[in-house]
Design a protein around this ligand. Structure first.
Ligand code: FAD
Length: 341
């Protein structure tokens, strides 16, 4: 109630700037944060405001260069040993403190495991709303508010959501929906160091061990090449053909929901509306029909190559290159040819 009362009586003009949470992994910014800086730049310019990246961790000041190169004017930096690894308690408290101190107007986070955990908690702490899993961002011409677009009703409609009453306006955005801006390493900006207020005893979870369940072959969101297989592979053993091509090309392995539901690949590999959204340089769709829910997850790929025995398969409407043929014949030939390069 206290937060609600504060929000109702708030002076919205105090809230300025567009913030992007820069999630890190293995000491590097994850792509999604950089993609969102590109979109954040457009929002900030349209609103006449600054763009800032938020970096939380330990010994990560170096990463500010990447954030400026992707278009930010400022970096809010909080470093402490307690924040070396993501924790719900530690990062929620730190981010909330930053918002209360500096009052941003808009906050963008990646719709990743961490972003989906962190975003709603911060929104709740500061008494605002959050639009989850967005696939589009813009400015609503009538109000000047951020227009958050996301699929609704099982992907049958795209809903546009505005946040007129509360600040900050917040949302999580799917990775790979937007392209990373071309980095400009000549850019620099202001680093604002904020003191850490989190103590070890405030963090109720402890990182004991990191167990990698995802190897390079399922790191779909960061992959430049993805080879995906669908029901057209006919049997699970044929996935080896997809995996072999992916290995030769140094790419990741994707799957349609039909292939995942059949138990041929774990859900970590699923591409589409209820799987991952990907945007590689090259996407191979092997024995995939091109259902709208699959295309929702891969349509922003630079080049789509489809292999299907049905010349009328809808995937060919979206593909840049199409091969009509049996997957068990075409894939080994392609793999052999790429092996020679
Ligand atoms: P099919 O549609 O059965 O297509 C198989 C294709 O293989 C056909 O085009 C056929 O011509 C071709 N083929 C067959 N044999 C061969 C051969 N030997 N050589 C070459 N080609 C061959 N789907 C997703 O993928 N991702 C999602 O996230 C997703 N989310 C969904 C969410 C909802 C709410 C709903 C309702 C559905 C969702 N789906 C999703 C399911 C989606 O509608 C399709 O059913 C699914 O994508 C079909 O997978 P597929 O293309 O592998 O199979």
């Amino acid at each position: 109630r206290e937060i609600e009362a504060k929000q109702v009586s708030m002076d919205k003009t105090e809230y300025k700037d567009v913030w992007v949470y820069i999630e890190t992994s293995a000491g590097k910014p994850r792509n999604v944060g950089l993609e969102l800086l590109g979109e954040g730049r457009k929002l900030a310019d349209a609103m006449g405001q600054n763009l800032a990246g938020v970096l939380i961790g330990n010994n990560i000041a170096e990463l500010a260069k990447e954030v400026f190169a992707a278009g930010a004017d400022k970096v809010y930096l909080v470093e402490a040993p307690e924040l070396a690894h993501y924790s719900t308690d530690g990062y929620t408290a730190t981010f909330t403190e930053l918002i209360n101190s500096y009052k941003p107007s808009v906050i963008l986070l990646g719709a990743t495991n961490d972003g989906r955990d962190l975003g709603p908690r911060i929104a709740c702490r500061v008494g605002t709303g959050l639009t989850a899993d967005c696939t589009g961002l813009g400015i609503d011409a009538a109000t000047g508010l951020v227009a958050w677009t996301r699929p609704a009703f099982g992907g049958n409609i795209m809903a546009t959501i505005l946040c007129p009453e509360h600040r900050p306006q917040m949302g999580t955005v799917r990775p790979s929906v937007f392209k990373r801006p071309v980095p400009d390493y000549a850019s620099s900006g202001e680093i604002i160091r904020a003191a850490n207020t989190v103590k070890v005893q405030d963090i109720r979870t402890k990182l004991v061990e990191v167990i990698k369940v995802c190897t390079a072959s399922c790191n779909l969101e960061e992959a430049e090449i993805i080879v995906s297989g669908g029901r057209g592979l006919c049997k699970p053993e044929n996935f080896a053909l997809v995996e072999e091509l992916a290995t030769v090309l140094g790419g990741a392995v994707g799957a349609s929901r039909a292939a995942v539901d059949a138990g041929w690949k774990p859900v970590l590999h699923q591409v589409g509306q209820t799987g991952k959204t990907v945007g590689p340089k090259i996407y191979f769709a092997c024995g995939i029909s091109g259902a709208i829910q699959h295309m929702a997850g891969m349509s922003s790929s630079d080049i789509i190559i489809a292999i299907n025995k049905d010349p009328d398969a809808p995937i060919f409407n979206m593909a840049d290159y199409g091969i009509v043929g049996d997957i068990t014949e075409v894939l080994p030939i392609l793999t052999e040819e790429f092996r020679k390069i």
